[in-house]
Ligand binder design. Sequence first.
Ligand code: SF4
Length: 357
Amino acid sequence: MSGTSDGSRRVDLLGMSLDQLRQLCAGLGMPRFTATQVCDWLYKKRVGSIDAMTNLSLASRSRLAEVAFIGRGEPLSVASSSDGTRKYLFRTTAGHCVEAVFIPDGDRATLCLSSQAGCRMGCRFCMTGTMGFLCSLTAGEILNQLLSLPEYDLITNVVFMGMGEPMDNLDAVLAATAALTADWGLGWSPKRITVSTVGVLPALRRFVEESRCHLAVSLHNADPEGRAAMMPVERAWPLAEVLGLLRGYDWSGQRRLTFEYTMIDGVNDTPRHAARLASALRGLPCRVNLIRFHEGVRRDDYLPSSPQAIAAFQRSLEQHGVVCTLRASRGQDIEAACGLLAAKDNPAKHSINTQSQ
Ligand code: SF4
């Protein structure tokens, strides 16, 4: 069972697959169709209690409530930006805080989800990285960030780009995306979902094979030494090997491959870096998202690139034939960059591990 306990040995129904629910219901002596009814209540009607599943008999609801619960929980707090971005804090069963950011943009609205509290990857430009690893979220805790969001009905897209490295919690991420895309779940197209990674190779291979969701790779520097200085993961899983893996799959169809590149003054934004990036991506159907470094992530040695440097970098990539967009900075006034808000609510850990898979 992927559902986890709430401390009373009961399992969370949220995030369980239809097959897992069938096993659970069969074990309780309930008819097979009960599992489909439960899915309907969880995902179509979005109820927060087993008691609200009124087409189950009272006896069935009572039996189910003895062994299971629905891991729904309202956000603890919200910070609203003048540009409409809202950052919510949710508490995990283990008591840690994670962030979910609602980003409206015209007729689209994206929800940026967290897959872990803290992160063990230690990327030096990321506030979450400075917290160390606190816990991995269950599939139910990931889904709750969407299902309990006040703006749920407005969400058109979900990106796994909040706190944590999704490939470091892949079982839960795959269970959550299964619930998002399956007929028994929310029935979304996988094209509405993007999962981001720094490139944890064995898990990435599994994700590419098993999921049809879009993929975003945090690249940030195509020079191996330069990348290793920014991202310890480069030492365990070099970018060259990640790109080698990705070149073995077809990205020319519906499934999108994006590379994220945070622009840091003098660190990764020079013409030499642009040429290196273009060379690394040559022939790979993909796009690059350039991201302004968030000044809220305070580091003495990292400052945002100047607008001129970003424009020159973008021009250089485009001249090399790389499709490239500059991502608008959203929620600057509410510390919407990954980890900034939760870092204040989670006790900091000081042992930042590098990738161990
Ligand atoms: S950028 Fe992502 S993988 Fe790196 S430390 Fe931050 S949350 Fe973790």
